[in-house]
Design a binder for this molecule. Structure first.
Ligand SMILES: NC(=O)c1ccc[n+]([C@@H]2O[C@H](COP(=O)([O-])OP(=O)(O)OC[C@H]3O[C@@H](n4cnc5c(N)ncnc54)[C@H](O)[C@@H]3O)[C@@H](O)[C@H]2O)c1
Ligand SMILES: Nc1nc(=O)c(N)c(NC[C@H](O)[C@H](O)[C@H](O)COP(=O)(O)O)[nH]1
Length: 221
């Protein structure tokens, strides 16, 4: 599986304010860029923290001929994927609508009744991991379902785990010209963080968009 992480952050590395409300950091040009990455993906993934904070839809306008071209003829939307250890995704979450297949990666801790409710609401459940979702195992199961290219959109906990498990191949980050601050605000990579053996990033190119810049990296090793 080829994994691309894409996010938008403030100049001080925040993905949102400490209130964790959805902040428009990207401008229209960057949102178009995000849609192009989504269109090229077979799956678009977030953590349940993002589902609870933003209720994202994670779909494209598949009636748009430009999107269809970017999808290289693949019908419909990319699949949606949520890392959700204990199946906390709300039953009325927009990602459970019928616009795309939605995989919920849960752990053994997910209560059976929640698994049943979410499956009845249309989610495809994949159980991977004892406590927290085992991302590597979950992504392998997605590969068994035929997915080859996965976009991870955040948030900070999920991105951090993906790097910790060495699953990331590319990172694109839009740096918007805003300063958010706040020791409790989500950042590009939260979790426990690295103290040694930091991920090896190679800067491939820089692109000026909207009021900010996009930094594109390849992850080595
Ligand atoms: N600016 C952006 O590009 C962007 C993108 C996405 C989210 N956000 C923001 O980020 C915030 C949410 O980020 P967050 O870090 O709180 O939550 P998150 O979306 O990273 O979800 C983290 C949760 O996912 C679950 N999870 C299951 N298995 C996991 C694993 N192996 N590793 C990590 N998490 C796992 C856990 O319950 C964990 O608490 C929101 O404020 C949202 O608006 C911003
Ligand atoms: N690229 C990007 N720029 C931003 O300024 C911003 N706030 C997000 N935040 C990510 C958001 O929380 C979700 O992950 C989806 O991007 C929303 O998805 P929909 O538009 O509902 O499909 N992402």
């Amino acid at each position: 599986m080829h994994v691309v992480v894409n996010a938008a952050m403030s100049v001080d590395g925040k993905l949102a304010s400490r209130r964790r409300e959805q902040l428009a950091i990207s401008g229209p040009e960057d949102f178009d860029r995000v849609d192009r990455i989504r269109a090229a993906a077979d799956g678009v993934m977030v953590g349940v923290g993002t589902v609870l904070a933003d209720d994202p839809h994670l779909t494209l306008d598949v009636t748009d001929r430009r999107v269809q071209r970017q999808r290289h003829g693949r019908p419909g939307n990319p699949a949606r994927v949520v890392a959700d250890s204990t199946a906390r995704t709300p039953l009325d979450a927009r990602i459970l609508d019928d616009e795309a297949t939605t995989y919920l990666l849960v752990s053994e801790q997910a209560p059976e009744d929640r698994r049943t409710e979410l499956a009845d609401a249309g989610a495809e459940l994949i159980v991977a991991g004892d406590d927290r979702v085992d991302l590597a195992a979950g992504i392998d199961r997605l590969a068994d379902e035929g997915l080859e290219r996965l976009m991870i959109e955040g948030g900070g906990e999920l991105i951090s785990s993906a790097f910790e498990e060495g699953l990331v191949d590319e990172l694109s980050v839009f740096v918007g010209s805003m300063l958010i601050g706040g020791r409790d605000a989500p950042t590009l990579a939260d979790g426990d963080g690295f103290t040694e053996e930091f991920p090896a990033l190679t800067l491939d190119d820089i692109e000026q968009l909207d009021d900010g810049v996009v930094l594109n990296y390849t992850i080595d090793g």
